[in-house]
Design a protein around this ligand. Structure first.
Ligand code: NIG
Ligand code: FE
Length: 394
């Protein structure tokens, strides 16, 4: 009903993410209501003050919580195949390495457009069922000019934000010639990919790309109008965070291994620290310490990092529960990070909150408060999802 008018009434606990509208960082309003006109929030507040208006479709939230749709700012959804065996081996003690990406590259290159489309559709639908209404999607499993451009074209059909990640890993045909591959990523591949993407990303880590290569690739992307985001500090400490902040990246992602200087740079700069606890869970690695970043004053986002290797989940409530239990975030900080934090990481002002003017992307929880997202881990609490005011779940 994106063209009509909707009143969601009798909301037990409404997360607006606008401290001017309610309590704390979540801008929490109890006993609340929300009005949507033509797909946009026009009013949110206590239900005693619902503005008079035209006849509306009324939804009774029956005292349950409503939150903004999750903004998943980091996902790798254009791929074929899976890596069950690799996961199984890791859970028997084998470590995660960047090299596993090449298994998915081979499967992705061999897949048809329609096979890749169908997998992407399945994952976007799966994400929606757990409350994700905005999703970013990277290339990075093609790694030829044609396969990267194709990945981005397919991503743009279904994802809200598209990121060129030609620099995911050096593909097998460039083994021993990483600089030649970097030249391709900065040259012909960038030419083919830039028209299909808003962002450029580099996996700056052990077994992937070093600092000089990362800087060169991101600078080339910037010249073509793409905005950087960086995979940094997932597998070990490195220069990725410093480069991200220096180049004005929208976000530095993973950031599990951080020096004090990295934390200070993130706190002082505009770059959002995006934490991806699904990756630590699925690689049995130590979690990042969100508290250290938050206490220093950095902006923190939470995302799922859905990919077949290191984090095969689209489920943001699962990530929220991990962040609260194992990364020293409060329940409220984790909900903010998965909504407003994700929006900040994608430089979006229309999503991630429910103040008037926001896109009416919202989630009705089968729970009285957003705290239940971490208090009731593993329980499917999403009762309904609206995108631009239209209900999307049966
Ligand atoms: O974000 N770190 C790099 N890329 C993905 C993993 C990709 C893979 O293993 O296939 C990530 O975790
Ligand atoms: Fe990733």
């Amino acid at each position: 009903m994106s063209g009509g008018s909707l009143l969601i009434d009798n909301i037990g606990s409404l997360v607006t993410n606008d401290p001017a509208l309610g309590r704390g960082m979540l801008g929490l309003v109890e006993d609340a209501a929300l009005v949507v006109e033509d797909g946009v929030v026009t009013w949110a507040g206590p239900r005693q003050r619902i503005p008079e208006g035209a006849a509306r479709e009324r939804v009774d939230a029956e005292g349950r919580a409503v939150i903004p749709g999750f903004v998943d700012s980091h996902a790798h959804l254009v791929f074929a195949g899976d890596r069950t065996r690799e996961f199984e081996a890791r859970m028997s003690g084998r470590p995660y390495t960047a090299g596993g990406i090449r298994t998915t590259v081979a499967a992705t290159r061999a897949a048809t457009d329609d096979e890749l489309r169908a997998n992407l559709r399945r994952l976007v639908a799966e994400a929606l069922r757990s409350g994700t209404t905005t999703v970013e999607c990277k290339s990075g499993y093609g790694l030829t000019v044609e396969d990267e451009a194709r990945s981005l074209r397919l991503a743009a059909e279904q994802a809200d934000e598209v990121t060129y990640l030609g620099a995911h890993v050096v593909p097998p045909e460039y083994a021993g010639k990483p600089d030649a591959y970097v030249d391709l990523v900065c040259g012909e591949m960038l030419d083919a990919c830039a028209p299909h993407a808003r962002w450029i990303d580099v996996f700056c880590d052990r077994g992937a790309f070093d600092g000089d290569q990362t800087r060169a690739i991101l600078a080339a992307g910037k010249e073509r109008g793409l905005v950087p985001r960086v995979h940094a500090g997932q597998l070990g400490p490195g220069p990725g965070v410093a480069i991200a902040v220096e180049l004005g990246a929208a976000s530095a992602d993973h950031v599990t291994h951080l020096s004090d200087a990295d934390v200070e740079a993130l706190a002082a700069g505009e770059t959002v620290a995006t934490l991806l606890p699904g990756a630590e869970f699925s690689t049995r690695s130590p979690y990042p310490d969100a508290r250290r970043l938050l206490d220093a004053g950095a902006t923190v986002a939470l995302a799922a990092d859905c990919n077949p290797g290191s984090s095969y989940t689209t489920n943001i409530p699962f990530c929220i529960a991990l962040a609260v239990r194992d990364m020293n975030m409060t329940p409220a900080e984790a909900v903010w990070a998965a909504t407003m934090g994700g929006a900040r990481a994608l430089r979006r002002t229309d999503v991630g909150h429910l103040a008037p003017g926001a896109r009416a992307d919202l989630v009705l929880l089968d729970a009285p408060s957003p705290i239940h997202l971490s208090y009731r881990p593993g329980v499917p609490l999403v009762a309904q999802v609206w995108k631009s005011g239209a209900p999307l779940l049966p």
